[in-house]
Write a protein that binds this ligand. Structure first.
Ligand SMILES: [Zn+2]
Length: 231
């Protein structure tokens, strides 16, 4: 199977569905990752003191490190404006993602759930663009939104998250065995470690929290009689 993950920022993949991406790479599937921005607007910890150019360079290096940790052989990083995706004409973003889909020829595409988990405008925008891109290409591609479950969202007490509504969850992937890859990838994002420490504090047992990853298949739309455990 060929999988293409499309996200907005360096670290979305690691804090996002890294367990699933690792599970598929380790089991011989081909995974490509597309990241639309270089994360130059990052405002966590040490990143605040770095200039935009230096921060972008550092975060692209961190992303390459994370891709390696997840055994992802194909990484494309674009240079769209961090915290500014919604200002780009949608047609441009959709076109760019369509080009990547044509290049990679995936069976499965993964992006954020439409609310972007945190509600971040870049996350919502990449979700919208990716939906449109897959829809327009009209091949036999399955599109999955990645998100947190309502139970996971409840555990993150300090922040408002937008979970996938339970009736929209079509896939729950067990990734407990692959968490070492996820942790290794998270540690690559040194400029974002504050987020990890925050999450750890909020959710208690992070390994338990991260051991299942949730998806909603949106293209082609189908309702599942029961939640599936693999793509
Ligand atoms: Zn992000």
């Amino acid at each position: 199977m060929r999988i293409l993950a499309v996200f907005a920022h360096p670290d979305d993949e690691s804090y996002g569905p890294a367990g699933t991406l690792a599970k598929y790479t380790v089991n011989g599937h081909h995974v490509s990752l597309v990241t639309l921005t270089q994360g130059e607007a990052g405002s966590l910890g040490g990143a605040k003191k770095m200039g935009e150019k230096a921060l972008a360079k550092k975060r692209v290096e961190e992303l390459a490190c994370a891709a390696k940790a997840l055994q992802i052989p194909d990484l494309s990083v674009f240079n769209l404006p961090d915290k500014g995706l919604e200002r780009i004409p949608a047609e441009e973003g959709i076109y760019l993602i369509m080009q990547e889909i044509r290049r990679v020829n995936p069976d499965v595409v993964i992006t954020f759930h439409q609310e972007g988990i945190s509600g971040h405008p870049d996350h919502r925008t990449v979700s919208h663009w990716t939906f449109q891109a897959v829809k327009r290409i009209d091949r036999n591609i399955r599109l999955f939104y990645y998100g947190v479950s309502p139970q996971q969202a409840k555990k993150v007490t300090g922040r408002k998250l937008f979970p996938i509504p339970p009736e929209e969850i079509t896939h729950c992937i067990e990734v407990g065995e692959y968490l070492s890859y996820k942790f290794k990838a998270i540690r690559c994002h040194q400029t974002q470690m504050e987020l990890f420490r925050m999450l750890e504090k909020m959710v208690g047992d992070f390994s338990e929290y991260a051991s299942r990853e949730y998806f909603s298949q949106v293209l082609p739309y189908r309702e599942f009689p029961e939640v599936q455990s693999a793509f």
